[in-house]
Write a protein that binds this ligand. Structure first.
Ligand code: PMP
Length: 366
């Protein structure tokens, strides 16, 4: 008999592999804008380091991730005692849940928030408290309602998950609003500020979250190499937190959770500022291209600070998704996020965006 929290979870359904879609529809090429990956591929410095590291894989990786932590510490000015490494930032979210939730404890998050929060919470035996999002009409409709989240915190609440920006909505929180939330937070609650897309945010959108670490010992800032760095397949994420919180996360962490090629690639990719700049610029241009195309189709979308757009297709997003498959375009339906009329589109290359828009126009005209 499985644990109750696991039995009542709905499975996370990842996108079907491109190879399967190609076979099913007899397609030579598919365009996948479904997982918020980097259309430029991996950071070249990261790729070269991963390839070189393959010669060493008879050995275990450095279980403390010394080099990567040192590189992160140098880049962000945060001591290594405040850094935890994970197999993707999903692993970080899971570590926080396992380290801080015991059965009966609550984790608070928002409706339409990233799907891993309930998985991490319930697998740890915790109870997820999903808080209604900001209402239609609000500039950040479907985004996190921090006042409502604050009100949902009770004596059993041990963890709060905040995605900034959130996936799949793309909505983000003003730095001042976040800071106010942190200031009011009871001491017994750990807040995870999930900044998986931080590299894509405009400078004025980015919260000075690392500067807050000193004042807020219960803050965990999680980030990833999966998005802007283009290393999703290697699985590397990290968290910045108070040394005592970091110590607890590292006790809960499985030894060798980050693989040897992943550590090498991430360490090298951190120096690849030219690649990040190119990725951010491509995203900026692609975002404009998609929005222009969607506007021409008469479609609306939620404001996004990430590398994706949550588009209101005005009908079943899953049906539009299905109709796009034979045309070789894979997007992400978000009905599992209680957004049945939306589709999430990852910003791709100029050509991918154009193909996606054309296919979408055909499907919506049919
Ligand atoms: N947080 C958010 C908001 C995300 O969208 C994602 C990726 N889907 C993650 C965390 C986890 O990504 P990864 O485990 O690849 O770092």
């Amino acid at each position: 008999q499985a644990a109750p929290g696991v039995r009542t979870l709905s499975p996370y359904v990842p996108g079907r592999p491109e190879s399967e879609i190609k076979r099913e529809y007899g397609l030579a090429e598919v365009i996948k804008l479904a997982s918020n990956e980097n259309p430029l591929g991996p950071s070249p410095l990261g790729l070269a380091a991963a390839q070189a590291a393959l010669a060493e894989i008879a050995r275990y990786p450095d279980g403390n991730g010394f080099e990567l932590k040192r590189a992160l510490a140098a880049k962000y000015g945060v001591e290594t005692a405040r850094i935890t490494l994970g197999a993707g930032s999903n692993d970080i979210l899971d570590l926080v849940a396992r380290a801080f939730l015991t059965p009966g404890d609550e984790a608070v998050y928002s409706d339409h928030a990233f799907a891993v929060y309930p998985i991490a919470t319930q697998t740890a035996g915790g109870r997820g408290v999903s808080v209604p999002a900001l209402p239609a009409g609000h500039a950040m409709a479907y985004g996190h309602d921090l006042a409502a989240m604050r009100a949902a915190i009770g004596s059993r609440t041990k963890v709060v998950f905040i995605a900034n920006p959130n996936n799949p909505t793309g909505t983000w929180l003003a730095p001042a609003e976040l800071e106010g939330f942190l200031r009011e937070l009871p001491e017994h609650v750990v807040v995870v500020l999930d900044e998986a897309y931080v590299e894509y945010m405009a400078p004025e959108q980015v919260a000075p979250s690392l500067a807050w670490l000193e004042r807020h010992p219960n803050l965990v800032v999680s980030r990833t190499f999966s998005k802007a760095y283009g290393l999703a397949g290697l699985r590397v994420g990290y968290a910045f937190a108070h040394p005592q919180v970091t110590d607890l996360l590292n006790r809960a962490r499985m030894p060798f959770n980050v693989s040897l090629p992943a550590l090498a690639a991430a360490t090298a990719a951190l120096d690849d500022t030219a690649f990040i700049a190119r990725s951010v610029e491509l995203n900026r241009a692609g975002m404009r291209q998609l929005q222009d195309g969607l506007r021409a189709l008469g479609l609306g979308w939620l404001p996004s600070a990430g590398n994706f757009l949550c588009v209101n297709v005005g009908r079943s997003g899953r049906q539009v998704f299905q109709a796009l498959l034979p045309r070789g375009v894979i997007l992400r339906p978000v009905d599992n996020y209680a957004l049945p009329d939306f589709l999430r589109i990852t910003v791709g290359s100029e050509r991918e965006n154009a193909v996606c828009l054309r296919a979408l126009a055909e499907v919506l005209a049919a």
